[in-house]
Write a protein that binds this ligand. Structure first.
Ligand SMILES: Cc1ncc(C[n+]2csc(CCOP(=O)(O)OP(=O)(O)O)c2C)c(N)n1
Length: 519
């Protein structure tokens, strides 16, 4: 079989393509963005950038109802947004294979937290696979569709930045045919209403035995014998750390959850010490601690609870006295904190905003969050996508005047719209500034509905943000060019002094996109 060096993201995409998917949906988010990009640019599979992760998951679930296969991918925090349909879809079950590929981000290289999606899989009572490298990522994704159809449940592929953004060899296989279209009504398994719920929950619980059987059948969790009374339990990518360590110790490789307790018992029965390696929260370690009295890992304080574990921390733990840290080359480099690009329209907007002297500025997530850094220091809070307008409403509800919410175009469409409606409905006095650079710049310039280009690069209807804001009931909507400082400053000053919900759309294409368009 031919092999190719591939990114983990591309490997997952390839696994889904070879599995015969009929659709893929996603909302951009590092480290998972390139999964959909690979499908869009390297296959004929239909796919979409959805407006947010909840919508992406619901679209994929809809495809599954037709008997066809769908992949839905997102970053870890995206699953918070998609958690409502995700949780109940496990109750209803699926028809065509439905696979949810999640990119976790230990160390928060590009995220607002380090949450571990394995919790979500166990919360929803579904099977979760955790590959160690790109080859496994591809094979597991492909297999996950068969497993999903066998269980009639969504299956999660959980991987992390280190795997998704690294290249390793991947075998290229054949694309399986798509499933035939077969949309049949099945109210008991399609309508989540109270009268069906207990039965659905019973069915979901009954599937747990089958999940364990499938994990055993495919040998996902495997013991590698070794020498000595110390043993390693290694989850996902940490299996590579354990191999690189080359201590010749017995290893239990974990690639599937929920974990089979009996396998852990079998593995640890003869051991005097068990070391648990896992990226993310100490989920496996917590379980092993209930089975063995000498467990080393994050909970014991031997490995870091926060950040990425990485091979360096593992070597440090095993080779205590002879450990030589990897030289910190960063000290030879000039510091390069993330900054707004030269010529970025957000820069110009912040200059005007600072001059207008607002009392408090609620931020959101996107390139414009960098306005919190010097020299602008223009943002006072950042929580999660879509929160700027609602936070501003909360602050203003306490009588604080001249409160400004800053939000990007993609973020506004993602979850800002309900917050705008909410602020109008509840009579807030705030100024909302939508920094519209006609791009999802932070994640690599994906298109948005406001520019009318699909994931496949096709033209589609253009969403008019100004008309939308008016329809939401905003008291005024003004569109300005942030390069026009006078007009921008004037609009901000006017908005700050007005009551009600006033919106400024600062519209200018991201400088990097504009450069590309010029060629
Ligand atoms: C729930 C969630 N989904 C996705 C992301 C990844 N992400 C960070 S900012 C952003 C959107 C940025 O686009 P926009 O609001 O247009 O601002 P820009 O970067 O273009 O200034 C995305 C998708 C995230 N942090 N949280």
């Amino acid at each position: 079989m031919a092999k190719k060096l591939m990114l983990g993201t591309s490997a997952i995409a390839l696994g889904a393509i070879e599995a015969g998917i009929s659709y893929a949906s996603s909302y951009p988010g590092t480290p998972a963005t390139q999964i959909l990009e690979h499908i869009a640019h390297n296959s004929s599979v239909k796919c979409e950038w959805s407006v947010n992760e909840k919508v992406a998951y619901e679209v994929a679930y809809g495809v599954s109802l037709t008997g066809r296969r769908a992949l839905c991918s997102m970053k870890h925090v995206g699953l918070n947004v998609a958690s409502d349909p995700f949780m109940t879809s496990a109750y209803l079950g699926t028809k065509g294979g439905l696979v949810l590929a999640i990119g976790d981000d230990p160390n928060a290289y590009s995220s607002q937290n380090e949450q571990d999606s394995r919790f979500y899989a166990s919360f929803a009572k579904i099977l979760c696979l955790e590959p160690a490298d790109a080859e496994e990522a591809k094979n597991m994704t492909k297999l996950a569709f068969d497993i999903s159809e066998e269980l009639r449940l969504p299956v999660m592929i959980r991987s992390i930045t280190r795997l998704l953004h690294c290249y390793s060899p991947v075998s290229i296989g054949k694309r399986r045919d798509e499933n035939p279209l077969s949309l049949q009504k099945d109210p008991e398994h399609m309508i989540a209403v109270p009268k069906h719920v207990l039965n659905l929950h019973r069915e979901l619980n009954a599937k747990q035995k089958k999940i364990h059987e499938i994990i055993k059948k495919y040998n996902f969790n495997k013991i590698y014998p070794g020498k000595g009374k110390k043993g390693i339990i290694a989850c996902g990518i940490t299996f590579l750390y354990a191999m690189e360590l080359n201590e010749k110790l017995p290893i239990l490789k974990i690639s599937a959850y929920p974990i089979d307790e009996s396998l852990i018992r079998e593995f640890v029965s003869d051991l005097e010490e068990v070391i648990v390696l896992e990226e993310g929260y100490p989920i496996v370690e917590q379980l092993v601690k209930t089975i063995h009295s000498n467990v080393k890992g994050k909970l014991s304080g031997d490995l870091p609870m926060e950040g990425e574990m990485g091979i360096d921390n593992v070597i440090k733990f095993f080779r205590k006295s002879s450990y030589k840290p990897i030289p910190d080359l960063n000290k030879y480099l000039l510091p390069r904190p993330p900054v707004l690009c030269p010529g970025c329209p957000h820069r110009e907007f912040y200059k005007a905003l600072n001059e207008a002297k607002p009392t408090f500025v609620t931020g959101d997530i996107g390139c414009y969050t960098l306005g919190a850094n010097p020299p602008f220091k223009a943002i006072d809070t950042c929580l999660c996508m879509g929160a700027s307008i609602s936070k501003a409403s909360g602050i203003a509800s306490q009588g604080v005047k001249r409160v400004v919410a800053i939000i990007g175009d993609s973020t506004f469409i993602h979850t800002g719209i309900p917050a705008l409606i909410n602020s109008v409905y509840n009579k807030a006095n705030i100024l909302v500034c939508i920094l519209d650079n006609s791009s999802v710049a932070m994640t690599g310039h994906q298109p948005t509905p406001a520019i009318g280009i699909t994931a496949k690069g096709e033209e589609t209807k253009v969403l008019n943000l100004a008309e939308l804001c008016k329809a939401c009931g905003a008291d005024s909507v003004e569109v300005v060019d942030p390069y026009d400082k006078k007009a921008t400053l004037q609009a901000i000053k006017k908005g700050l002094d007005s009551s009600g919900v006033n919106v400024i759309i600062a519209k200018r294409t991201c400088i990097l996109v504009a450069k590309k368009l010029k060629g």
